[in-house]
Design a protein around this ligand. Structure first.
Ligand code: ATP
Length: 304
């Protein structure tokens, strides 16, 4: 009896480093980024449906607003790409139970695409290697390969060329979420605008951050968080500066806008400090909502 249904759990990411090189002639930027997968998860269930019914999708969970329930959804794009590459006739329903904030700089769409690759590989017994999955993933978006592997990794190129980072320990995060997302392309454009006329160096790995991760030293990790898109995200959303200030005032070890924002991530020493900071941020009134998470965690993983 062939398997008919599978659920894959996939985490969100934050960037501990996001260094952005000059704008290239193709409009993209070379990056050096350090990803960490954290414990906020989407669940993607793919279930076979009768022949010729096509591919459908539904979105459930806490974060449904702004998620396309049509062919624009990255999960559907993943199915279409795999159908083409592996010559599959796919009749299936995809349900995304969404907890990752949408357009929050946490790669939720990329995460769902990665989960869908794992689900289709399993349902069709394709036996794909990690390399094959990564190849498909990188065609869907620069963050998708990382969502397959999870953990902590250095991303170069556009972020899709991954090397595992030597990281020890568990890191506790408090996330200040916004109800309205920021568009990643708009944030890059603003970054280019703010930096126009300045000489921009090619991005490099932040060795102090790597040492701190290796030493499992959250204080040093906190002191070395860096995001070249932060100024642009704050320029488009000035209230983020207030959020960063409040978090630091209440004892965060470090703070940064995650990816292209508007989520702000605060590193804290332990769960208790996280709870205190979450309460302070909520009471401050400058934050839409607050979540707590830890990392690193695994990438896309079959649940049943
Ligand atoms: P990134 O950090 O990878 O640039 P993000 O975390 O800021 O992205 P996403 O949550 O991935 O943003 O969503 C960006 C846009 O992608 C959404 O506004 C939505 O229109 C579209 N999208 C397509 N598929 C999905 C999906 N499965 N989940 C969320 N958004 C999706």
């Amino acid at each position: 009896m062939p398997v008919k249904k599978v659920t894959v759990r996939v985490p969100a990411k934050i960037n501990l480093q996001l260094s952005v090189g000059p704008r290239e002639s193709d409009g993209y930027h070379n990056l050096v980024t350090v990803f960490q997968a954290i414990s906020i998860f989407d669940e993607v269930t793919v279930e076979f449906t009768p022949a010729n019914s096509g591919v459908s999708i539904s979105i459930t969970g806490d974060q449904t607003h702004g998620v396309p329930a049509d062919a624009n959804n990255l999960a559907i794009k993943a199915v279409e790409l795999m159908a083409k590459e592996y010559d599959l006739e796919v009749d299936a329903h995809i349900e995304i139970k969404k907890a990752i904030p949408v357009a929050g700089g946490m790669a939720g769409g990329s995460a769902d695409a990665a989960a869908t690759i794992v689900a289709i590989d399993y349902l069709y017994s394709l036996g794909m290697s990690r390399e094959e999955m990564t190849e498909i993933a990188s065609q869907l978006g620069s963050d998708v390969p990382f969502m397959l592997s999870g953990g902590t990794a250095i991303g170069t190129g556009h972020g899709e060329q991954l090397t595992a980072a030597l990281s020890r320990g568990t890191y506790h995060w408090v996330l200040a979420l916004s109800t309205v997302g920021l568009s990643t392309p708009a944030v890059y454009t603003e970054c280019d605008r703010l930096r126009s006329g300045s000489e921009i160096a090619e991005p490099q790995t932040n060795e102090q951050l790597m040492q701190a991760l290796l030493a499992a030293d959250p204080k040093a990790v906190g002191a070395n968080l860096v995001n070249d898109l932060q100024a642009a995200a704050c320029s488009l959303r000035p209230a983020l500066r207030l959020v960063l200030d409040v978090g630091q005032e209440y004892g965060a070890l470090g703070a940064l806008v995650s990816g292209s924002g508007p989520t702000v991530a605060f590193l804290v020493s332990d769960e208790e400090a996280g709870l205190d900071l979450a309460v302070a941020l909520t009471a401050s009134g400058v934050v839409g909502s607050v979540a707590r998470a830890y990392g690193p965690v695994h990438g896309a993983k079959i649940l049943n």
